[in-house]
Design a protein around this ligand. Sequence first.
Ligand SMILES: Cc1cc2nc3c(=O)[nH]c(=O)nc-3n(C[C@H](O)[C@H](O)[C@H](O)COP(=O)(O)OP(=O)(O)OC[C@H]3O[C@@H](n4cnc5c(N)ncnc54)[C@H](O)[C@@H]3O)c2cc1C
Length: 332
Amino acid sequence: MSEKVYSVCVIGGGSAGTMAALRTILNNDECLFFSGSPKDKKKSRALWVRKVENVPAHLGYKRGIEDPNLETLKWIQESAFKDNFHIQKNCGVVSIKKNEKDLFEIVDSKDRKYLASFVILCTGVMDVQPHIQGTIETVFDYANAQTIDYCLICDGHHVLDKKTAIIGHDNSAAWAAIMLYERYHCPEMTILTNGKEPTFQPDTQKLITLYNINVMTTLIKEIKGEEKGKILKGFVLEDANFIEAEMSFVSMGMIVYNELAKQLGAELDERGFVKGDLNGLTSVSGLYVAGDLKANTRKQIYTAWDNAVSAATAINLIIRTNERKKRLLGHN
Ligand SMILES: Cc1cc2nc3c(=O)[nH]c(=O)nc-3n(C[C@H](O)[C@H](O)[C@H](O)COP(=O)(O)OP(=O)(O)OC[C@H]3O[C@@H](n4cnc5c(N)ncnc54)[C@H](O)[C@@H]3O)c2cc1C
C-alpha cells in the first residue's frame, strides 16, 4: 500500500457524491473520488432519473442527474483545482476499515489500496421492485419512461387528474395513495398489493374507505401499455380484472447500500439507513454520510446536495483548525 494519505475520500458518484467532491475541491481540500463500478452504477437511483422538474435549471437535461454530474466532474478536472482531484473512474470501493493510526484503509474494485483521513459515504439506496410474471424486468420499460415511478415528491405531480395505481401493500403504500389523491384529485386511485395481504393501520384504512380508494389483492398478471412504456394503460390481474391506470407508483420499500458503513461499525436506524448528525458525522470518527443513505432525510437531489455540502464543510473546518494549531505551535 502506498503511504500517501488522501485528506478526503468521497464514495459514490450520484447527487450526494458529486456535490461532496465539488465542495471538497472548492474548499481546496484534496479529494479521492470513487463514482462506482459499472455494477454499482447499475444499482444506483441516479440511473433511473430522466427529466427533473423539481430542481430549477434542470429541465434541459435528458438524464437529470447523470448529465449535470458529468458536466461538473469535467469542470473540476479542467479547473485550477484539478491536481487536488483524484478521480477513480468506473471504480467502486469494496472494503474499508480503520487502521491503528485512525486512518481509513480503502480497497477498490480493482484491488488497489488507499489511505484517507476522512470519508464521505454517498452510496445511496434502491427502490424494491415488484415481481410481475416472475421477474422485475416487466416494469423496466415503464420505469425508464417514468410512467411507473418511485419518487412521490419528485414526480407525484404527474398524476394530476389521472387514473393512478400504487403498487405496494403496507401503510406507506396506503399513505402514498392518500397523499396523491388529496393533492392531485385523481379520478380513480387503486392500490395493487400484488398478491400480498394489506397491512394498513386502522386510521389509514378509514381514509382509504373515505376516499373510495380501491384495494386489489390479486397478483398482477400483466402490464398494458404502448410505445415502450411511454404510455401506461393499466394492469391485468390474475382474476382477469383490468385496472385502468395512466400513472403508477411503486411503494415497496428500499434496499439500503450500507455495506461499507456496516464494515466500519457505523450506527444504523431500524431500516438500515446510516445515522448522522446535522453535518452527517456518523458514530465512527471521520466518517460522514450524505444523500439517500443518510437516516431521516428527504430522498431528493437538493437534500443530497445540502448533506454533502455540510459534510465537506465540517471536514474542512477540522482540517483548517488542525493546520492552524500546528502553525500557532510553530510546526509549519
Ligand atoms: C425514478 C426516480 C426519479 C427521481 N426523480 C427525482 C427528481 O426528479 N428530483 C429529485 O430531487 N430527486 C429525484 N429522485 C431521487 C434522487 O434520485 C435521489 O434522491 C438521489 O439520486 C440521491 O443521490 P445519492 O447520491 O444519495 O444516491 P445515488 O444518486 O443513487 O448515487 C449513488 C452512487 O453511489 C455509487 N456507489 C454505490 N456503491 C458504491 C461503492 N461501493 N463504491 C463506489 N460507489 C458506489 C453508485 O455508483 C452511484 O453513483 C428520483 C429517484 C428515482 C428512483
